[in-house]
Design a protein. Structure first.
Length: 450
């Protein structure tokens, strides 16, 4: 057995012994659930999934649908308009609380029912059928397979969901619900009755963790900025009145549902889901909370516990580089007699702030006496984020101002972005060094007039 499955089995074995909590019964059909059902699934960023226990047992998604439908409305409306309709404040209240802003009636928290119902109403559609179809298709894209409804749970909630209907009517009277309250709550109950397994939910969470790209199907389901905002809302609002404690103890964006589903996303690492119907007083799966608390501690997943990447960004420094360019005797002699030095600093990996700060420090150490040549060999660099690119450009401009020849070697995709950047951009270190030599030769041939 592979080590990940083994670890999941170990959690599963230990946590199976937990018999606390009550299966939800306010939606009558949910009371049918087997309290012993317990499954855990993980999906990695490479799209591999690992399971323990009842990972293929279907259950209704319930409130775990909320972050995904939030992402859909956010995609339709954009961040500003979305916030105008539904705020993003952890209300610290129960999932079915009447949590509306005094005056405007705007729901505070999109992860509790009032805010979630208002969010469902914002999904762009000509009629409720189209809205339901869009939501089902959207959830399916996150899961990477065609999902369907549990019609019995839907009928059961639609027949008894007076409190949610009341919330919707209240919001309409306050002017904060778009659309007909009865139809909107119908769509909300539909969305809650979508049938999933722990295995599905792990893929859905992994899609958020991967910035909106489904790691199994490879499909970009949602834009990166929408995925990030959705995870942020999950982190602050996802666990109802247990949200603060959750962030303290587990430290991952998460969402629970009243049928016993619980997801968490470890950004850039994996999505995880637990299914176990008995709930604690806050309405979160008892075994789900226990499993994720243990996992987070054992694998150091807490978001605030980000590893410091003082990794080997700088690969090498050369103080007096020469290219392999073949040159005639005259030019070779000219270069040999040239006292100016060309330094090279090589770097690798993704350049974020920490890495770039290291790189530029190494450059500062390596710069030869002016005038000279400075080459940044970034051919082993796989990505440069926007802020770091600005830092690098500023450093290059400064070197030019101090009279240096400046060249950068980068991989093909980055080469395309060279336009407008200071210095000469080449595809290889050798070309970059040769360009500096060429500049030296050109200057020696036509010395600047005194
Ligand atoms: N459909 C459920 C409700 O509105 C969802 C609540 C939940 O999962 N916490 O009551």
């Amino acid at each position: 057995m592979d080590p990940v499955t083994e670890a999941l089995n170990e959690f599963h074995r230990r946590i199976s012994a937990l018999k606390d909590g009550e299966v939800a019964s306010y939606i009558p059909q949910l009371a049918q659930a087997d309290p012993d059902d317990f499954g855990i699934s993980i999906t990695s960023m490479a799209g591999r999934s690992y399971h323990a226990g009842k990972a293929d047992t279907p259950f209704t998604i319930q409130s775990v649908s909320k972050p995904f439908v939030y992402a859909l409305a956010l995609t339709d409306l954009g961040p500003e308009e979305m916030l105008g309709h539904v705020d993003a404040e952890p209300s610290g209240e129960a999932f079915n609380a009447i949590s509306l802003e005094p005056g405007t009636g705007r729901p505070a928290n999109p992860m509790v029912n009032a805010g979630a119902i208002a969010t469902t109403a914002l999904v762009a559609a000509a009629d409720p059928e189209e809205r339901d179809a869009r939501i089902l298709e959207w959830l399916s894209a996150f899961a990477g397979r065609r999902l369907d409804y549990d019609e019995e749970v839907y009928a059961s909630e639609a027949a008894t969901g007076d409190r949610n209907r009341a919330l919707a009517y209240l919001m309409r009277s306050a002017g904060s619900l778009a659309g007909d309250p009865y139809a909107v709550t119908g769509s909300y109950f539909r969305q809650c009755s979508v049938r999933v397994t722990a295995a599905d939910l792990a893929v859905m969470a992994a899609t958020l963790a991967k910035g909106g790209r489904n790691p199994v199907t490879g499909e970009r389901v949602v834009a990166q900025d929408v995925a990030v905002r959705t995870l942020a809302v999950m982190a602050t609002c996802g666990m109802y009145d247990g949200a603060g404690k959750w962030l303290l103890n587990v430290g991952l964006p998460a969402k629970s549902g009243v049928a016993g589903g619980l997801i968490a996303a470890s950004p850039g690492r994996f999505g995880v889901a637990v299914y176990s119907p008995p709930l604690d007083a806050e309405g979160n799966s008892v075994r789900g909370v226990a499993a994720l608390t243990e996992m987070s501690q054992q694998f150091a997943l807490h978001l605030m516990n980000t590893p410091v990447h003082l990794t080997a960004t700088v690969t090498d420094t050369v103080h007096a580089a020469r290219s392999s360019r073949a040159r005639d005797a005259e030019r070779t002699a000219a270069l040999d007699g040239d006292r100016r030095l060309i330094a090279v600093v090589g770097a690798q990996g993704d350049l974020e702030f920490t890495e770039t700060e290291q790189l530029l420090n190494a450059v500062a150490q390596a710069v030869p006496a002016a005038p000279g040549g400075m080459v940044l060999d970034l051919t082993a660099v796989t990505g440069i984020s926007r802020g770091p690119a600005t830092m690098i450009n500023a450093a290059l401009r400064d070197l030019e101002r101090r009279g240096h020849q400046v060249a950068v070697a980068v991989q093909e995709p980055l080469l395309g972005r060279a336009e407008g950047h200071p210095g000469f951009w080449a595809a290889t270190r050798d070309d970059a060094v040769a360009w500096c030599e060429d500049r030296f030769l050109a200057q020696a041939a036509s010395p600047p007039s005194p």
